[in-house]
Design a protein around this ligand. Structure first.
Ligand code: SAH
Length: 273
């Protein structure tokens, strides 16, 4: 694919003729099928891709003609600073190149995109944001439970286990919300204590989903009372807590015994499924 399309008037897209541009693109949670069509097209036409560690190879394969650089903190360039990433984006764009800054999930959720967009604005580099499926949505899909439910949860809170000193997980006004904690780390006791201090009940459903939407996905279900005792699965993992995650009886039976039950608990004959 050539860059011809980027040079034409595609609504809502930057023009290559403007002298290079940056796309902050969401790669989704890991399943390459959960990538947007727009992300795939921008990757295919990119000159440079700067990606984080959590972006899988299967997604990077769309970048057929680009220089692909891992700017992640873990297995990529160990000492790369945020300022260096900002400078790379700006410098490549100033060379007239199409730069995709590829982040796992959605680029605007716990991805330092705020700082990167500030740097691009300060440098006068045009940029566009392409949303992706955030880990919370992949985790809820894995659980087959809603994040909101008109019977039990009318709001959602996304917070980070890596929070600033002194900040609590979320304001008390979020009573009844489904809590989603990104980067929970391995210290679930601390998170459990915070949730308990908000007066949440000990039987509140808590679920840790590791590697959501990936072939080795793992789900550990527990309650707030036992949250501090769970063995965290492999990274990346995300914690969800809330009444809306409570397993319907039929769900558990379907998963455990392979017997389908109707809403009322009656066994469903395979012919009726
Ligand atoms: N921008 C990303 C979040 C980046 S922060 C997004 O929108 O999803 C990184 C954290 O996201 C990880 O520590 C983990 O808590 C969560 N995460 C990312 N991918 C995940 C996955 N496939 N399964 C579970 N958690 C995931």
């Amino acid at each position: 694919m050539t860059n011809a399309r980027l040079g034409t008037a595609v609504p809502g897209e930057l023009s290559r003729q403007s002298g290079g541009s940056v796309y902050l693109v969401g790669a989704g949670p890991g399943d390459p099928e959960l990538l947007t069509l727009k992300a795939a097209r921008l990757l295919a036409s990119a000159d440079v891709v700067l990606h984080d560690d959590l972006v899988p190879q299967a997604v990077l394969r769309h970048a057929q003609r680009a220089i692909v650089i891992n700017v992640g903190k873990r297995c990529g360039r160990k000492n790369i600073s945020q300022e260096q990433i900002d400078a790379m984006m700006v410098n490549y764009a100033r060379q007239g190149l199409s730069v995709v800054r590829l982040k796992s999930g959605d680029p605007l959720v716990f991805g330092r995109a705020g700082e990167e967009m500030d740097a691009l604005r300060a440098a006068g580099v045009p940029f566009e944001v392409v949303p992706g499926i955030t880990a919370a949505f992949a985790a809820a899909a894995a659980l087959r439970r809603p994040l909101t439910d008109r019977r039990s949860a009318s709001s959602i809170s996304f917070s980070s286990g890596h929070h600033a000193p002194g900040s609590s997980l979320e304001p008390a006004s979020l009573a009844g919300a489904t809590r989603v904690v990104y980067m929970p780390g391995r210290n679930f006791a601390e998170i459990a204590a915070q949730l308990r201090s908000q007066g949440l009940p000990s039987d509140l459903p808590c679920v840790v989903v590791s590697r959501a939407a990936q072939p080795d996905q793992q789900i550990v279900r527990t309650t707030l009372a036992r949250l501090d005792r769970i063995a965290p699965g492999p990274a990346p993992a995300i914690l969800l807590a809330g009444e809306a995650l409570r397993e319907a009886h039929s769900d558990s039976v379907v998963e455990l015994a392979g017997i389908a039950l109707s809403e009322t608990g009656e066994p469903i004959q395979p012919s009726a499924l």
